[in-house]
Every structure is written in structure tokens, then in C-alpha cells.
Design a protein around this ligand. Structure first.
Ligand code: FBP
Length: 695
């Protein structure tokens, strides 16, 4: 077919086909916007009410009782449908309301559906109700920056990822001044309720706002959001009330899809170890789910490392009667040894390639690093409390920061009760590579959290791994196994006797499928010496070409490609699971508001089971809070849930670790989860972690 000729660029741009392929909408976008998620049974009713479910109890922290007295006695509330309530109920349920909503913290797929669910339910109850979206996170409440949400705006974001509709931010309403400004905004807008869609810190914030604004009749409702999956709620009896925060499934599926492609690449090109750091500020839930979805060769789980005990040291302790605390938890050096062991074992069967998954927050679980983080958090927080200029503006260069630490170390010599940073801390800190020192001294976020995403965790661990692999290579331990058949073919081709040379070069010739060079042969020179010693060649002869080729093939070159999976998965369009979950969360939020609840977090019980069993509930936030070290002092916060090493999900990964390492001849055991599909059936309808833990 002859090509069309365009006389101008405008003519080309106006061509219908050009318009079609360059349009910002496509079928997936249209389908997503049009789709309406299924609704939980109780939420299909025109009216709902809340029933206290007293089967669930909590171990209440005394401090929480003292600080949050007005909401500490809140109960778990079950949302139930009401067929035909009386007129007073109807009137109250359907009264015109002003509701504010804000996103807080990192984006998580599904947030727009929380707003869509809330919007639909509120407008259905009373079309005159107004929903305001505070812009760019809690800062929008403090500064009274908002937009009124319209049906058109909400429709354009249905089932779509990100928090683009109203954006998000990490400001915390944590001072009297910010609290006063927030209250003023809520009053100015005549808000009946404020909905905070956020993580553990933001829900903590929600509880404090609920306590503060109770007398103002402003209800505060939280929503469990974070891709990290660390908001999981159980009662004192370990009953699961909220199995997972929203956004986790999508992020994990997105990471897993990319990482599984790297598994394919690695086993095709057979030359790289792909090092994949995956998000999760502290907990390793995302890494665990990725392991289950992809069967990556090595996956580190922070909580597992912290749980490690050095049996040899413990035995020695038993004998000497001393208590050596370094026997508990894994050190960075030990961790690098564990990784090297896996790499060396795969190389021995000819696989000098593979995929390693490293959780972003893994260092939090390494004792020595954890101590530095806590100490530096305190030092920075103390400095900021006492000076007009904050620590990071005062000490801009790394050298300035190090000098300040040296001053503190000197102070510890002069003042007995000054113990936060002593000369030993300073010496140990100086042993750390500069980029990591810089990382440990980075600015904390507004909640006082250490920002793991800014630290090159993978670089620190892989640096140690590379150093140790070099030593193992030197010692003839790290070497590539040569397939016996291949060896025979190459030598026979050059007219050499494989059996004769094989027994000189290899330690397991004639025994195994993959042949391993003798540890004494670790260079061309030592190979020559071995051949001369056995009379295979004369002193001034060259090494036969085929033998040299085999030797060279057995020398490993450890090549890595480093990847970070975080922001991409966080911005992915939600899975069906997250779409359904979040839309129903939005409907639940309205039910809680319409029934007068405050200080509650909307949740869906039984997420781990089929949709028909999902139950909307309100969970009391205050009873879930406990004291934790933040910004150098104890603060009441919602407890983060980390990976339980006794859970089914972890036990399965632990048991299959060896299989997935695949340090045996033959194919790897990779699994392909496939991409997230909105239409049609996606392979997983919910996180595998949830399925396993529900068994
Ligand atoms: P939230 O807990 O606020 O949902 O954020 C989670 C997260 O995506 C972490 O996984 C990551 O460590 C962090 O946010 C990154 O923060 P930032 O967006 O400030 O770089």
C-alpha cells in the first residue's frame, strides 16, 4: 500500500488514526472508570446501623487510656443493614452533611475508590451533602486548602491508582498550633466529619483529632492505607479484624510481575544476579509476598534475621556462664555470608546468576544498625528541641555532622551521665562507608521515622557480599561448576583424554554432573603447576587450549544489576481486590459517620476469604495504641504489624527457600504471576500471604 502523504504537521496530527493512538484515554481507562465494584451484603441496604461486637477485646495501654479518655472505650462495631428504620433514624441518617477527606502519607492503589465509595453513599443518603477534599495531605487541613468534590471529578478517578484527585503529603498535625488551625478549618467548613486515609502514624493522628474534636461534634474516621501492609489488626485473642491495609496487594503484584520478568531474563542471559530492593519502610510483608509470587532465588526477610540465634555462641555462653548478646540477631557481616553461600552453591551447579529480593527496611532488623538509628534519632531530635536552627540546616556537610558526633563522644568522656554517643559508638560509626554514614544521618520524616527509602540498603549489603565473594574466589571456594558432558566434548574435540585431565583438574571428577575445580587450582599459574606435577605438560609447554578454556569458564565474574521497586508499584492502578476492598471501605466510612461514630477506623473483616464473607466493621483506634520510641522519646502510636515468623506464610517461604534457591542441576523454580489485569480473571484474587495465613 502506498503511504499517505501529509502536506503539514497539522494534517498528520488530525488524521483519525494519529488521534486515536495518541489519545490519553484507552480502553483500559474507559473500562476502569465505568466499572462499579461489588458491594458487601450489609452495605447494599439503604440504611445501616452499628452493633457493638463485644466478643473482641483489647489489652489497653494505660497511657492510651490517660491521653485518649473520650474514645478509649470504643468497641468493635459491626455494620448491619436496616430494612425499614423509624423516621427519626431515617432523618438523622440522611441529614445533609459536610464531610472532609484527606490522604496522608505515601500513595497506595485504591485511595480514589475510598473517596468514590464515601461520595456515592453520602450523596445517596442526601444529594445536598458536600464532600470536601483537602489538598496535598494534612497540610491542606492546616492551611484550609480544599476543593469540593463533584460527581464528574470522582467518576474520572474511579478504579484508578495514585492519589492524584487531591494529592497527598506527610505533614503531621502534631502541635497545639496545627491542631488549632485544623479545628478552625473544620469549623469554617462546618464539617460533620473528617476522614483520614493513612498509615499507622496518620491513624494515630486521627485518634488524637477525634479526642480533641469530640466536643465540637466533628467525627473523625480513619482508613487503613499503606502498601507496606503493616496495618493489620487483631484483638487480644488474636482474632483477625483487619488482615491487610489497602494498596498492599497491588504493589506486591506489580513488583512481582517485574521481578518475575527479571527471573526470566536472568535464566536466559545467564550472566547477571539481579538485586531487587522492594519497598516496605520497616516490615518485610511486601518481600514475603513477592517471594511467594515469584519464587525468587534468595529473599531476605528482616524479621527472620532479627529472630536468628547463633547456636555456636549460645552453646559457648552456656559453658562459660556469660551472656553474649551478639548471639541474638544477625549481623550485617553474617548476613553477607548467608547470601554468599547461596551464590557459591548455585555457581557450583553452573548457575552464576539469579535474583535476590532485599526488603527496603531490612537494616532495621540488623542489631548493630538498629542501635545507630535509635541513637541518631535521639541525637537529632534533642538537637532540634534545643536549637533554633534544625540539625540538618546547621550541619549541611557530612564532615560537619561527623564533627558534631565527635564533640558528643568527647563529652561522654567528661560527663558520666552522658551516654547517648560514646567513643566506641564514634569509632564503630567511622568504620562504616561514607555513603552509609550519610544515609544514617539523613533527615527523618515528619513523624521522626528513619527514611529507609533514601538509604542504599542494597549497596551496603551487596558491597559486603562482593568483598567476601572475592575472598572465596581467591580461596578457590567460589567457582563455576562445569558440566561433565561439556568438559568431555571440549577435550575430546582437541584430542585430549578427558578422564586423564579431569582427575587432575577437578575434585569430583567422575562423581557429579557438575565438575568443581580443585581448591588448590585458583589461577593459571596454579593450574600449570598442577599439570606439570602430574606430568601432563612439560615445564616449558603451554597449557592445552581446551584445558585453559575450561579453567576460564570455571572462574566466576560476579555481575549485578540493581533495581528498586517502590514508587512504580505504589502508582499502579489497583487490582480487582484493592478496587473492591477500597470501594467498600468508602461505603463503610459513610456508615460509621451516619451512625455517629468517631475515633474509629473503617475496615473489612474476612478479607482473607471469599467476597461473600466480607464484613464491614468499625475498629476502635485508641485501644490499638501503645508506647513506642519516636523522635527520641516515647510516644503513643498505632502498633505496626511486622512479619510474624510463626505465620503460615513465613513458614512456607522458609520451607521452600532451599527449593527456590535451586542450587541443583536443572531448571529454576520460578513462578510467573503475570500482570495486573482489570478485565478478565487475574491469577490471584487476593494476596497469597492472606490465603496462607487464613488456613
Ligand atoms: P506510607 O506508610 O505512608 O503508606 O508510605 C509507605 C512508603 O511507600 C514506604 O514503603 C516507603 O519507605 C516510603 O513510603 C517512602 O516515602 P517517600 O514517599 O517519602 O519517599
Amino acid at each position: 500500500m502506498p503511504q499517505e502523504e501529509f502536506t503539514s504537521i497539522d494534517e498528520l496530527l488530525n488524521h483519525p488514526e494519529v488521534k486515536k493512538v495518541t489519545s490519553h484515554t484507552n480502553q483500559e481507562l474507559i473500562d476502569r472508570r465505568k466499572s462499579r465494584p461489588p458491594v458487601c451484603d450489609a452495605l447494599t441496604f439503604s440504611y445501616t446501623e452499628l452493633k457493638d461486637d463485644t466478643r473482641y477485646t483489647f489489652d489497653i495501654d494505660r497511657e492510651a487510656g490517660k491521653v485518649l479518655p473520650k474514645i478509649i472505650n470504643n468497641k468493635v462495631q459491626k455494620v448491619v443493614g436496616v430494612e425499614s428504620p423509624d423516621d427519626t433514624f431515617k432523618e438523622n441518617y440522611c441529614k445533609k452533611r459536610n464531610i472532609g477527606v484527606v490522604f496522608s502519607g505515601g500513595p497506595a492503589p485504591g485511595g480514589h475508590n475510598v473517596i468514590a465509595g464515601l461520595f456515592d453513599a453520602a450523596k445517596k443518603a442526601n444529594s445536598k451533602s458536600k464532600i470536601y477534599g483537602f489538598l496535598v495531605g494534612p497540610e491542606g487541613i492546616i492551611e484550609n486548602e480544599y476543593i469540593e468534590l463533584t460527581g464528574e471529578l470522582v467518576d474520572s478517578y474511579r478504579n484508578l491508582g495514585g492519589f492524584g484527585m487531591i494529592k497527598t503529603g506527610r505533614t503531621k498535625i502534631d502541635t497545639d498550633e496545627k491542631m488549632t488551625l485544623s479545628r478552625e478549618t473544620c469549623k469554617k467548613l462546618d464539617l460533620d466529619a473528617l476522614v483520614i486515609v493513612g498509615g499507622d502514624d496518620s491513624n494515630t493522628n486521627a485518634a488524637f483529632l477525634a479526642q480533641e474534636m469530640l466536643e465540637d461534634n466533628i467525627q473523625i474516621i480513619g482508613v487503613p492505607k499503606t502498601i507496606d501492609g503493616d496495618i493489620q489488626v487483631r484483638d487480644a485473642g488474636r482474632n483477625v479484624l483487619c488482615a491487610m491495609s489497602f494498596g498492599f496487594h497491588t504493589a506486591a503484584r506489580a513488583f512481582a510481575n517485574s521481578i518475575s520478568s527479571l527471573c526470566t531474563d536472568s535464566s536466559s542471559d545467564v550472566k547477571y544476579w539481579h538485586i531487587c530492593k522492594v519497598m516496605g519502610r520497616v516490615a518485610s510483608h511486601l518481600a514475603l509476598e513477592v517471594a511467594l509470587q515469584t519464587h525468587s532465588n534468595i529473599t531476605l526477610i528482616g524479621e527472620d534475621l532479627a529472630n536468628y540465634t547463633d547456636k555456636k555462641r549460645l552453646k559457648k555462653n552456656g559453658e562459660t556462664g556469660e551472656n553474649d548478646y551478639t548471639a541474638y540477631g544477625m549481623t550485617l557481616r553474617h548476613l553477607s555470608r548467608v547470601i554468599c553461600n547461596g551464590i557459591v552453591r548455585r555457581a557450583a551447579v553452573g548457575k552464576n546468576h539469579g535474583v535476590i529480593v532485599i526488603p527496603e527496611g531490612v537494616l532495621e532488623f540488623i542489631n548493630e544498625i538498629q542501635i545507630f538509628i535509635i541513637k541518631l534519632n535521639t541525637i537529632i531530635a534533642d538537637y532540634n528541641k534545643m536549637h533554633d536552627n534544625d540539625f540538618h540546616s546547621e550541619f549541611i556537610l557530612l564532615e560537619d555532622k561527623l564533627e558534631y558526633l565527635r564533640r558528643l563522644a568527647r563529652r561522654s568522656i567528661e560527663e558520666d551521665d552522658f551516654t547517648i554517643w560514646n567513643t566506641r559508638d564514634n569509632d564503630l560509626f567511622n568504620d562504616i562507608p561514607e555513603f552509609f554514614q550519610e544515609g544514617l544521618l539523613t533527615e527523618r520524616d515528619s513523624h521522626g521515622n528513619f527514611q529507609f527509602s533514601l538509604v542504599e540498603t542494597d549497596k551496603i549489603i551487596m558491597g559486603l557480599v562482593k568483598d567476601y565473594l572475592d575472598i572465596l574466589k581467591e580461596n578457590g571456594v567460589y567457582k563455576i561448576g562445569i558440566k561433565s558432558e561439556y568438559f568431555k566434548k571440549i577435550l575430546t574435540k582437541d584430542g585430549l583424554d578427558p578422564d586423564y585431565y579431569g582427575s587432575i583438574i577437578f575434585e569430583n571428577y567422575g562423581k557429579d554432573e557438575f565438575l568443581l575445580r580443585k581448591p588448590t587450582i585458583m589461577s593459571i599459574k596454579t593450574l600449570r603447576q598442577a599439570l606439570i606435577k602430574k606430568g601432563a605438560i612439560k615445564r616449558n609447554n603451554n597449557i592445552p587450549f581446551a584445558v585453559k578454556k575450561i579453567y576460564e569458564k570455571s572462574v566466576p565474574n560476579f555481575k549485578t544489576q540493581v533495581h528498586f521497586y517502590g514508587y512504580d508499584g505504589r502508582g499502579n492502578d489497583p487490582t480487582q481486590f484493592d478496587c473492591n476492598y477500597t470501594y467498600n471501605l468508602g461505603l463503610t466510612v459513610f456508615s460509621l459517620i451516619a451512625n455517629g461514630a468517631t475515633g474509629q477506623m473503617a475496615a473489612i473483616k474476612n478479607l482473607e476469604f471469599d467476597f461473600s464473607q466480607w464484613e464491614p466493621v468499625g475498629l476502635p483506634i485508641a485501644p490499638l495504641m501503645h508506647l513506642e520510641e519516636r523522635k527520641g522519646k516515647l510516644a503513643l502510636v498505632l502498633e505496626k504489624s511486622v512479619v510474624d515468623v510463626n505465620s503460615n506464610a513465613f513458614k512456607v517461604v522458609e520451607a521452600l527457600r532451599e527449593k527456590w534457591l535451586s542450587a541443583v542441576p536443572g531448571k529454576d523454580n520460578y513462578r510467573k504471576p503475570g500482570p495486573i489485569r482489570f478485565a478478565g480473571k487475574s491469577e490471584e484474587d487476593r494476596p497469597i500471604t492472606l490465603k496462607l495465613n487464613a488456613l
